[in-house]
Design a protein around this ligand. Structure first.
Ligand code: NAD
Length: 412
């Protein structure tokens, strides 16, 4: 993965949307510029007493439609360009789903797997302390992303609250339930991915029952997406993680039990696959749910899936996208397909503000309602303007942010 290309990809998609919407050069300048970009040094005392320095980032790409919102990634490859690209995507995603947020992203260039639990906690707390002046429930609300989870959110919430002098659950989402987290947040992104897959199958006239699905990535999005797809009657036939893939297992339950016990997905009786082989399986739905740039000019020609549902952020390069368009593959873009996470994060923030918590059923129903509304809007826009779903989703998201800019005007 080249992190430069994540920003190139995001800018090229934005350029296309600006042109399709007939917006001006001034609009392009405004929309293509991140509002606030912070780079911090994050020192960590390792368990052996050594002190190491890490780079941390927080980008608030837009605050025009509300406080900025976006995940925190712990990954060795993260840098400023990729953080800007991901924060930009969050901006269009929140606008597309009509959430009252701008977009943000953050992270630390670190391999989370190399940290002990205590090191992870110290690094998370120090990072939170470094970005503390610019976050808050009314300013910018972080959430988990690659390499972070609800434990990191609990430490971030605690660090912020200790500094505030009182408990501030609404400063992050994706928290444990007992700290003000929301029911249904853990599975939300995967639930949304499965809803997107189901709707894309409907559009293609394929019965979801028994439809074959392959998933790249078996983390929070990949695993919960697999569970939700199976609940809807689809058949997950292959999954992969950073070490490679497998096919020929009985069920996701079986795979998960093995993974929990052995830390790998090589269930006895299954057949190993490379990540490339997984991308090229003859399936109905392919779900890239790992990192950026999985579908490129190299890997796209071999894709045989009828539908690609982008669970990951920016998994497709513009070249890969063009090839899939030529092949007639229906691509449900990241800003729609993986929006379930930020939608339920929004519910969590609302519940924290009101100190009133919803049932799991209410969360699921409201998630389905918001996502289905966006799916219908994207489908209608794609049909009426004769554009791809990605172009339609971008036109809706970018168009709303551009309109908000115009209505707010320019200070001073
Ligand atoms: P995660 O850290 O929980 O899981 C990542 C998974 O990808 C792991 O199984 C890892 O082994 C696998 N992986 C890493 N490199 C790989 C490679 N080269 N080939 C195959 N598999 C590989 O992360 P996550 O939260 O599931 O996020 C995955 C993607 O979804 C990211 O792009 C993230 O930005 C996006 N996303 C996450 C959320 C969320 O709520 N967690 C919401 C929206 C979008």
């Amino acid at each position: 993965m080249t992190t430069e290309s994540a920003l190139d990809t995001a800018l090229s998609q934005l350029k296309q949307a600006v042109s399709q919407l007939g917006l001006s050069e001034n609009d392009w300048q405004t929309l293509s510029t991140p509002r606030r970009v912070l780079e911090v040094a994050v020192p960590l005392r390792r368990d052996n007493g050594n002190v190491e320095m890490y780079r941390g980032y927080r980008v608030q790409y837009s605050t025009t439609r509300g406080p900025s919102k976006g995940g925190v990634r712990f990954h060795p490859d993260i840098d400023m360009n990729e953080t800007i690209a991901l924060a930009m995507l969050m901006t269009w995603k929140c606008a597309l789903t009509n959430l009252p947020y701008g977009g943000a992203k953050g992270g630390i260039a670190v391999d989370a797997g190399s940290l002990s639990l205590t090191e992870n906690e110290r690094l998370t707390r120090r990072y939170t302390s470094e970005i503390l002046p610019i976050i808050g429930p009314e300013r910018d609300i972080p959430a988990p992303d690659v390499g972070t989870d609800e434990r990191n959110m609990a430490w971030m919430m605690d660090t912020y609250s200790v500094n505030a002098g009182f408990s501030v659950p609404g400063v992050v989402t994706g928290k444990p339930i007992v700290l003000g987290g929301s029911l249904g947040r853990t599975s939300a992104t995967g639930d949304g991915v499965a809803i997107a897959a189901r709707e894309a199958l409907r559009v293609k006239g394929i019965d979801p029952h028994g439809a074959a699905v392959a998933i790249q990535g078996f983390g929070k999005v990949g695993y919960w997406g697999a569970v939700a797809c199976e609940q809807m009657g689809m058949k997950v036939v292959a999954v992969s993680d950073v070490h490679g893939g497998v096919t020929g297992f009985q069920s996701i339950d079986q795979l998960w039990s093995h993974f929990k016990e052995h830390g790998n997905i090589n269930v006895p009786g299954s057949e190993k696959l490379t990540n490339d082989e997984l991308l090229h399986l003859k399936v109905d739905v392919l779900i890239p749910a790992a990192l950026a740039d999985a579908i490129t000019e190299k890997s796209a020609p071999g894709i045989q899936a009828k539908i690609v549902v982008e669970g990951a952020n920016a998994p497709t390069t513009p070249e890969g996208d063009a090839i899939m368009k030529d092949k007639g593959i229906l691509v449900v873009p990241d800003i729609l397909a993986n929006a379930g996470g930020v939608i339920v994060s929004y519910f969590e923030w609302v519940q924290d503000k009101q100190n009133y918590f919803w049932s799991a059923e209410e969360v699921k129903q409201n998630l389905n309602d918001i996502l289905m509304k966006s799916v219908r809007e994207v489908e209608a826009m794609a049909d009426s303007k004769k554009v791809t779903w990605r172009e339609a989703a971008m036109m809706l998201g970018v168009g709303r942010v551009a309109e908000a800019h115009k209505l707010r005007g320019l200070y001073p």
